[in-house]
Design a protein around this ligand. Sequence first.
Ligand code: SF4
Length: 136
Amino acid sequence: MKKGVAKRTPTIWKARQFCLSCGKCCQNTEMILLSSDISKLRRLGFRFADFAVFDGRYYRLKNVDGRCFFYDSENGKCRIYDFRPLGCSMYPIVYDVSLRRLVVDDECPLAGETLKEELIRARKYLKIILNELRIR
Ligand code: SF4
């Protein structure tokens, strides 16, 4: 794929309109970056050292002043929404590396309203995540 051209992140939530745009999920993010997320963001021209941090096992989104590097605090929005990491698109469903399964993050004010079909839809992406994180 040509430099500067990137594939949009798939939309996981089709069941209902869910987000309050409160930005909580972008505060002190611990979002794991897949290699496909990283190559996409680099293809868009972002410097790896600016947006990623290594935790000794995984690369994660970097926080700046307590918020994700890509968070625009002026308008409270994600600067790369259409190309955000897959994990961000699945939120508040997240892959818990210690439990080795999908969980719903109760940091999200609407976590309790997560629907069964959304969990089923998210499971479709679990294989991609496990493959890319080389988790067997
Ligand atoms: S990439 Fe976008 S949606 Fe994901 S944590 Fe950062 S600002 Fe939020």
